[in-house]
Design a protein around this ligand. Structure first.
Ligand SMILES: [Zn+2]
Length: 160
């Protein structure tokens, strides 16, 4: 078991945070954005970036090559749908995608919208971590309602 501090300050004891989120044991702040048979989308509001989406598999797997054919199809269809929603309701022009197989959770993809302020941290992959840390560090000074509104708009359009 690991102790995890949630964005609202609560702590939970879980074996795997992704399992806890996708099973509904832990409710992400802002709620579930959308779900399919095999995947689950939410935002980690610890990183207050409007339109950031995390897509986690429902099965406890780590590698892309562990996805079944059905999951592969579901995955690409789902992330494409989310990407379209980000563009349509939030006007997001570019997204950075990141996932690592040596996670302490399980298979989850970060879909990180690219905003102008992020370019001060560089371009491409080397800027991803500094951008996320900057957002997390300055969380309290940022407009949280904008982030929650982003979640709500995505949730609405993805569940029409
Ligand atoms: Zn898991």
């Amino acid at each position: 078991m690991r102790t995890i501090i949630l964005s609202n300050g609560d702590t939970v004891e879980v074996d795997c945070l992704s399992c806890a989120l996708t099973s509904g044991e832990v409710e992400p702040e802002g709620g579930v954005i959308a779900e399919t048979e095999h995947f689950h989308a939410h935002q980690d509001v610890a990183y207050p970036i409007r339109g950031l989406v995390i897509v986690a598999s429902k099965r406890h797997i780590k590698g892309l090559d562990e996805l079944t054919e059905q999951e592969q199809r579901d995955y690409i269809t789902f992330i494409t749908k989310i990407r379209k929603a980000q563009r349509k309701v939030l006007g997001i022009e570019n997204v950075y995608y990141f996932y690592n197989e040596d996670t302490t959770h399980h298979f989850h993809l970060w879909m990180v919208p690219r905003y102008d302020w992020m370019y001060e941290f560089g371009r491409s992959v080397e800027s991803v971590r500094p951008v996320l840390l900057h957002a997390r560090k300055n969380k309290n000074e940022w407009d949280h309602t904008k982030v929650l509104e982003g979640i709500r708009l995505l949730t609405e359009v993805l569940n029409e």
